[in-house]
Design a protein around this ligand. Sequence first.
Ligand code: PEP
Ligand code: MN
Length: 291
Amino acid sequence: MIKHPQWKKQFGGFDLVARTAERPRTIVRVAGLAIGGGSFVVMAGPCAVESERQLLETAEAVAAVGARVLRGGAYKPRSSPYSFQGLGVEALKLLRKAGQQTGLAVVTEVMSEEDVETVAEYADIMQVGSRSMENYSLLEALGRCGRPVLLKRGMTARLEELLDSAQVIAAAGNPDIILCERGIRTFETATRNTLDIAAVPVLQAVSHLPVIVDPSHAAGVRSLVPVLARAAAVVGADGVLVEVHPAPEQALSDGIQSLTFDEFAEMVRDLRRYVPISERPVPSILQGVRA
Ligand code: PEP
Ligand code: MN
């Protein structure tokens, strides 16, 4: 099924995650969503959960224009011990409340295997951050967590290494994995990371797992986020994960790359020109009424 001979050599050995004739595609089904099922899933929210108001306002704004998944960090991997580290369990509770109020599924990062059980109580999708892609004890614990995993590519990881990590999660019992390209380190410094857009078609050719793109951490500046999201849509990604904040200049983390509500709405409007955006299912009681 993997046609290119070199890719076959490189990726054919991943018995649980490689694309085969028997298993060309995995659709990750979670909270009424089908990720990898042909429509483009927009995931959005703040880098970090900062307050109830910040999160609820953001959730409502992004849900209103087409997001299906709310993102927000509760445990933040920060390079300085003096930076905001996240609100922990308090943030998880706010995420669940915001998710319930808006009908959005919730994705949030889990940094330690000790927190897997707690995060799984509140989140629909468990995010593995770039810095944790090779934390194998975390990956194994996620194999047993009973929730889909959004696995980000390590910032210096080759695609083979990303699939190594996916295979660890799958081998531990969890086949529901979403791969995420979020930019890699190169010699270029004009952007925070270099978006490896080719990762999307390569991963889709060699693996059956859905592939999404995080244009925010790739760009590092908000003005580039919409055009990189468009690139993701055009190249065939299954969705995007985007940072949005009510007042980006006051954000406690990643404000420079966070979109305002208006910029996010405009980005989704633009994406609709290229791909079918995953819409909220109409509740059965309203079916027919709206038709
Ligand atoms: C994040 O999603 O806020 C994050 C920390 O991303 P990454 O792990 O890609 O740096
Ligand atoms: Mn961030």
